[in-house]
Design a protein around this ligand. Structure first.
Ligand code: FAD
Length: 321
């Protein structure tokens, strides 16, 4: 019997996060014949929610409420629990984003279910579903087999390609009314604190700077390179601790985990805690003046040189392409 697969989709700044589409593709991996139900929470999201049809959703549920205009754990948990109780799905998938990581354990405990977090691949074998997920800060991968019960997982961005957009698919989101009550938190304002327009955790190209940048103002040369490449700018903790940039840009064990197609590491040494957040990047380029720097051990391409010479030259060359 085919499964009902619920995908919790996320809208940020008016657009779906790409990992929401990737989660739909992941649901197809679980059961290619299954019914995929996209769920979107927010204030006025029904029109936007219809976009999920084009990426493979068979049904879409929009849970609209004034108290869902911004994410709060209690608000979203109430809304999503209501959807789950009504739909009784066989599987629930969400992106492994800051919201996904926050809400899914809360829901799993309410549903008395297990949770596979941070899956990078999924395969279905008969009645079992096998998830691959990184462990030991990305040094190894383990397989987690869900044999029965609710299949509940978060999907790491940039690992399972989204289905191609199909403009011929369309539909109307179903509206679900829910009661959102007793909220402990009301968000009245959101102050953004990012330097790059590109979302770090979903970027396909990242330029990351370390302590070798030697000053906050010097990050402008990374911004220029990033602009030419359509990249996001990240940083090592060394750079964040030195107050060259905001901790929102930190990549690593205690920062963001990223899997871009191209990672350019500039003036950072490649400490194990940094590598934990970026070692699964598809191509790694390191720029460092120290030929012994550890980052060269995991780099596909290395440039030994002064970043203040190398980076502007790269920017100029990429402008010509
Ligand atoms: P450094 O190690 O000082 O390296 C600077 C590099 O710049 C050097 O290799 C140098 O050769 C090069 N350089 C200097 N000048 C130039 C130049 N002009 N041109 C070219 N190259 C130049 N770190 C993280 O990044 N992310 C984490 O999530 C993280 N979590 C941590 C968690 C714990 C519990 C602990 C203990 C540490 C954590 N760290 C983390 C810190 C980590 O151990 C390192 O201290 C940090 O990554 C070092 O940052 P860095 O590489 O920028 O600085």
């Amino acid at each position: 019997m085919s499964k009902k697969l619920l995908v919790i989709a996320e809208i940020r700044d008016g657009e779906f996060r790409n990992v929401s589409y990737e989660a739909i593709a992941a649901a197809k991996e679980i059961d290619s014949e299954g019914e995929i139900v996209g769920v979107v929470c927010g204030d006025s999201v029904a029109d936007k929610a219809n976009e999920l049809f084009k990426y493979g959703a068979d049904r879409v549920i929009a849970v609209e409420h004034a108290n869902l205009s911004q994410y709060t754990p209690e608000g979203y948990a109430q809304a999503l629990q209501a959807v789950i109780e009504k739909e009784d799905p066989d599987a629930i998938l969400a992106g492994h984003t800051s919201i996904g990581r926050d809400i899914t354990p809360k829901l799993a405990s309410r549903l008395k279910s297990g949770l596979v977090s941070d899956a990078t691949a999924i395969e279905s074998a008969g009645s079992e579903v096998i998830f691959t997920r990184p462990i030991y800060s990305g040094k190894a991968f383990e397989k987690v087999v869900v044999k029965d019960g609710l299949i509940f997982a978060t999907i790491r961005p940039n690992n399972i390609p989204a289905l191609e957009k199909d403009d011929s698919r369309s539909g109307d989101a179903e509206s679900l009314e829910v009661e959102i009550k007793d909220l402990q938190t009301i968000i009245t304002d959101v102050v953004k604190n990012t330097t790059s327009g590109v979302d770090l955790s979903e970027a396909s190209v990242i330029v990351a700077g370390g302590r070798g940048m030697k000053g906050k103002e010097n990050f402008s040369i990374l911004d220029e390179l990033a602009e030419v490449l359509g990249a996001a700018v990240g940083a090592s903790r060394g750079a964040c601790d030195a107050e060259y940039c905001d901790y929102a840009m930190q990549i690593g064990q205690t920062g963001k985990v990223v899997t871009p197609d191209l990672y350019i590491a500039v003036g950072l040494s490649g400490a194990i805690q940094h590598v934990a957040g970026m070692s699964n990047s598809k191509v790694i380029v390191a720029i460092n003046k120290d030929p012994e720097a550890e980052i060269f051990q995991i780099a596909d391409y290395g440039i030994v040189g002064d970043l203040f010479d190398v980076v502007p030259k790269l920017t100029e060359e990429f402008k010509k392409v």
